[in-house]
Design a protein around this ligand. Structure first.
Ligand code: GAP
Length: 442
């Protein structure tokens, strides 16, 4: 894990938030490569939901909502709380389940001191709206994005003239005051969720639950995550979220163990019936055929962008002691290769002049870079030996590296190096955009 954290910082994927002030508890910033990768993940999920499936529309609801939303959803009660234990000696706090899992029970893992009895700690983050910080102006940063979907259920249904079954998809920030967050960006306090709520007839909920379970696990494999690193865990009743009648977690085998990356929940009519009760607005669906009203059941798919990005990085990370080049003697160096799917990878193309002390080569390479920049996320790199630059690009997973050499000046062509095979092919510059679009499948 340390190696992935180091790569993420060194190459501009992920930085600790407020680093110059000593860091800020479990918040992270995404650098130039991190933001490209996050955008790719979000775009792929959005397209999967709204284009590749039937009857799913999008929404972008506000982060701030009436505090009544959170009363109705059950998030302000014990249901959305972790058990916390505190050390009597050093006063550090830990999640009770983690103490029970790995550490000596009843002892502080930091100083060995005695622990006070576990108590509930609510994860909602409070904030204030307006100019007076009193009870009346208090609300919460949303802890899950889907509540914005439920409170807009009727607006979306009517404005889009939808018929059940249908889905509403949303991507956005969520906030949780996690206790002792750890494992890098796995458990953080500010994160993004990609959530889809599928509204269906109660009698069809099991069918759609199974459908979405299969679809979601398939999606990860389509994007290159290794099958052996994915598994499904059926969550027993006592561990389920307070709203879930059935819950499965899609788990990924991180270097620190199997952990959830996505939750699939049968939320029954928990949300719509509670929002009806608390708001006084009847959110039942009117069935034209039977002329009856009922609360649709909801199958939810929910995945965190950062957690998924971490899974992609872990899955793609490879180390090759001595390097991959067979034509030269193996060096002592360990080469890093990030075998990310080309749709997920942040930088798609790198343009390099063979050497940087030949003005004509630099000029031509810069021309090629300018030609490709409007079409692909590209990087121009002239620093260091060509071998070093190839390795730098392998390390960030760049699938295609273009090299402008002396022949290029005569023949108006260049070489394309494939990240995985390291094979090079010569292509004419005039054909580049078409060829690269084919290779990248865009
Ligand atoms: N609306 C349902 C819901 O929020 P969840 O299991 O609490 O369910 C869903 O969260 C997903 O959101 C998780 O599988 C994970 O990918 C992501 N997630 C939740 N808490 C997170 C945190 N503190 N840091 C990063 N990602 C988180």
């Amino acid at each position: 894990m340390v190696k992935i954290i180091s790569l993420a910082k060194r190459r501009g994927f992920i930085f600790q938030s407020s680093e110059i002030y000593g860091g800020f508890g479990s918040c992270y910033d995404f650098g130039p490569l991190g933001v490209e990768m996050k955008n790719n993940i979000k775009r792929l999920w959005w397209d999967e939901m709204t284009k590749n499936h039937e009857n799913i529309v999008g929404l972008d609801a506000a982060i701030l909502m009436s505090p009544k939303v959170w009363q109705a959803s059950g998030h302000l009660t014990a249901g959305f709380a972790d058990e916390l234990v505190e050390c009597k000696n050093c006063h550090k706090r830990f999640r009770a389940d983690e103490i029970a899992k790995g550490w000596v029970f009843g002892k502080c893992p930091e100083c060995g001191g005695g622990l006070i009895k576990p108590r509930k700690f609510n994860l909602m983050m409070k904030t204030f709206v307006g100019s007076v910080e009193d009870e009346a102006s208090q609300t919460y940063l949303r802890a899950e994005t889907c509540q914005g979907i439920y409170i807009n259920f009727e607006n979306v249904l009517n404005s889009m003239r939808l018929r059940i079954p249908f889905g509403i998809a949303q991507i956005g920030k969520a906030f949780r005051n996690e206790i002792t967050p750890k494992d890098f960006i796995f458990r953080i306090r500010e994160f993004e969720q990609m959530e889809m709520q599928w509204f269906c007839q109660p009698k069809e909920v099991e069918k759609y639950f199974d459908y979405w379970k299969e679809e979601r696990i398939r999606w990860y494999q389509v994007l290159g995550i290794k099958k052996e690193n994915l598994r499904i865990r059926e969550i027993p009743a006592k561990e389920r979220a307070h709203y879930a009648q059935r819950q499965i977690d899609i788990e990924y085998k991180f270097p620190f163990g199997w952990r959830e990356i996505e939750g699939i929940h049968n939320r029954g009519d928990w949300d719509l019936s509670n929002h009806s009760r608390y708001s006084g607005k009847d959110l039942r669906y009117f069935d034209e055929k039977t002329k009856k009203r009922y609360f649709p059941y909801i199958v939810e798919t929910s995945v965190g962008v950062e957690r998924l990005l971490l899974a992609f990085l872990c899955d793609a990370y490879e180390e090759i002691p001595g390097g991959r080049t067979k034509t030269t003697k193996p060096t002592k160096e360990v080469e890093i290769l990030l075998k990310l799917d080309k749709r997920v990878v942040p930088i798609k193309i790198a343009v390099l002049p063979l050497v940087r002390n030949k003005l004509e080569l630099v000029k031509k390479a810069k021309e090629v870079y300018q030609l490709l920049k409007p079409h692909f996320v590209c990087q121009y790199d002239e620093l260091g030996s060509i071998g070093r630059r190839y390795r730098r690009m392998d390390e960030i997973g760049c699938p295609f590296v273009l090299t402008v050499d002396f022949e290029s000046l005569k023949k108006e062509d260049l070489t394309i190096r494939d990240r995985d095979t390291m094979k090079q092919e010569r292509v004419k510059i005039k054909d580049l955009i078409r060829i690269l679009k084919e290779k990248l499948d865009v």
